[in-house]
Structure formats: C-alpha cells, structure tokens
Design a binder for this molecule. Structure first.
Ligand SMILES: Nc1ncnc2c1ncn2[C@@H]1O[C@H](COP(=O)(O)OP(=O)(O)OP(=O)(O)O)[C@@H](O)[C@H]1O
Length: 282
C-alpha cells in the first residue's frame, strides 16, 4: 500500500491521495513526528494503550520511564523495526505505520538509531562499520568521499585514526562511540538514542552528551533520547516525556517536570533524586 501524505500540523491526516515518501527539511519548532493513539501488545501483555506524543524539529526530547514500559519500542516503531497494533506514527505527515519495508529504507536515510548495545559487525573493521550506512544509503558516493566522511565521524567521537582496528580490539566505551559514529555517518536529520550513556564512565558520558548536543547545534538535528541517566536527561532535554501505565502521562520542559505534581512523574523523579542531587543540597 502506498503512503499518504498530509499537510504538516494536521492532526487528522487523510488516507488519500497516496504519495511517495519525500523528506522535506522542516522549519525548527514545527511538528515533525507524532505518535498518535499508539497501541502495542506482546501476546497478552499490552504496553501501550493510546500513546500520544509529538516531537518538534530541532529539539531534543528525552523519554523517561521505568524499566520495560516501552521506551525502546517507541523508537523502533518510528523506523519500522516494530509495528504498532493500533494508532499511527506520523513522520512529516506520512503515516509510516502503514509503510512497507521498502518504504522504511527511505525513512531510515533520515532517521538514524543508536542502539543500546553498540551493535557493531564484529567481522568488519571500525572503518567498514562506520562506512556501512553510507554504502547502503548512498551507493553513488566515491570511495574517497566515504573515507573522508568516516574519518570525520571517528574524529567527532574522539576516535581518530582507528579505521583499521577490529571491534574486538576496542573497550566497551570505544565500541559504543564507534556505534555513534556509524549512526551519525549519514548526517540523518533525526537521531534516536537508546540509552546512549548507560554503562559509560563520566568522562565518556560527557563526550557523548556533547556529541548529542553538537548534532543539534551544528546540524539542527532532532533527537529522541531514551535514558535512565537522569543527569544526562536534564542536561540534554528541551522537553521530556514520561511514559508510564501504558501512556504518556506528562510532557514538559525539564523545569516543568522537576515541579510536576503528576503522581507517576513525582514517584519516578523522587526515586532518582539522589542521582540528581547526590549531596542533598537544596
Ligand atoms: N520482541 C519482543 N517480544 C516480546 N516482548 C517484547 C519484545 N520487545 C519488547 N518486549 C516487551 O515490551 C516491553 C517494553 O520493552 P522496551 O524494550 O521498549 O522497554 P524499555 O522501556 O525500553 O525498557 P528498559 O528501560 O529496561 O530498556 C518489555 O516488557 C519487553 O519485555
């Protein structure tokens, strides 16, 4: 089935007329992505019961929530690694929940995902790993251009001149950074970060946070970040969304979330207060 395109900002997209997916650079602040009444179930276990959330172009949106509430599944529904059982996922007005695998290939040129584990190909060198999405999505790029872009991205994640190393030569933190370099290789407009700093030391965490922020500042990228790391969450977020009890219970700025009286948000943040304010100062 062909996708339908609807005007941006429309809350009620129509099904006709069908149109091929065509990415148009959005204006910062404009609605770019909308999860609309999303329903998702695994067997008898329902994880979403009408999840509504919008993401604006150029913002960093952090998704909070306890373990297993469905934060990662949300990201996967956007790039077609999973499919909702109900509701819609709108990307630039296109209902991608109706897309075929072939149509998702086009979406993935513009939406990159940094997976929780580094998910590197162990049989490929670092350079080949980072080059992989470039070759996949831009087969016409010359070998010299690919080499240049790979070197540029490895430099960005503080791993210059590591092209020839194999993943087995790398520490966990280095593998993660190669995964990041690979995800940003195509200069995708939207980056999905699934636990980008989990398990990393404080210095590497800061490097990754700076990288996420530089994607926004330098490239105008839109980021959705799923994290348990509350310090990073409050540093990075323009807005935060809390997923609990199968729905989004609040969306707001970090300040609004800090002052939230929504019980699920309060309970979640209070449980992490020590992490946010380890010395207990007011
Ligand atoms: N392929 C799958 N098959 C069955 N159940 C799944 C599958 N993927 C996810 N789930 C279930 O869906 C729920 C949400 O998973 P998800 O990975 O999105 O959680 P999360 O909020 O990202 O959790 P965490 O913070 O622990 O990573 C979990 O209960 C998980 O067990």
């Amino acid at each position: 089935m062909k996708p339908s395109r609807t005007p941006r900002k429309s809350r009620t997209p129509h099904v006709d007329p069908p149109a091929p997916f065509e990415f148009r650079k959005p204006t910062p602040g404009e609605e770019l992505i909308r999860f609309d009444g999303l329903v998702k179930q695994f067997g008898a276990k329902r994880i979403y019961d009408g999840v509504d959330l919008d993401v604006r172009a150029g913002e960093t949106l952090v998704v909070l929530g306890g373990s297993g509430v469905g934060k990662s599944v949300l990201l996967k529904c956007l790039i077609g690694l999973m499919h909702p059982d109900g509701g819609r996922v709108l990307f630039e007005g296109y209902d991608v929940s109706r897309f075929s695998e072939e149509q998702f290939l086009e979406v993935r040129k513009h939406v990159a995902m940094v997976f929780q584990g580094a998910a590197l190909f162990d049989s490929l060198s670092v350079g080949e790993n980072v080059a992989y999405p470039l070759r996949e999505h831009f087969p016409k790029l010359s070998a010299a251009e690919v080499r240049k872009r790979v070197a540029e991205k490895l430099e960005l994640v503080d791993l210059p001149n590591t092209e020839k190393l194999m993943p087995s030569d790398l520490s966990g933190g280095m593998r993660k950074r190669v995964g990041l370099a690979r995800a940003i290789a195509t200069d995708a407009e939207v980056i999905l970060w699934d636990e980008p700093t989990t398990g990393l030391d404080p210095v590497t965490t800061q490097t990754i946070n700076e990288l996420i922020d530089s994607m926004k500042q330098r490239l105008g990228a839109t980021s959705i970040v799923v994290t348990h790391d509350m310090v990073s969450a409050f540093v990075l977020a323009d807005r935060m969304a809390m997923l609990a009890n199968r729905r989004i219970v609040q969306v707001g700025t970090p300040e609004e979330m800090r002052r939230s009286t929504v019980p699920e948000v309060r309970a979640f943040l209070d449980a992490r207060r020590l992490e946010l304010n380890p010395r207990g100062t007011p």
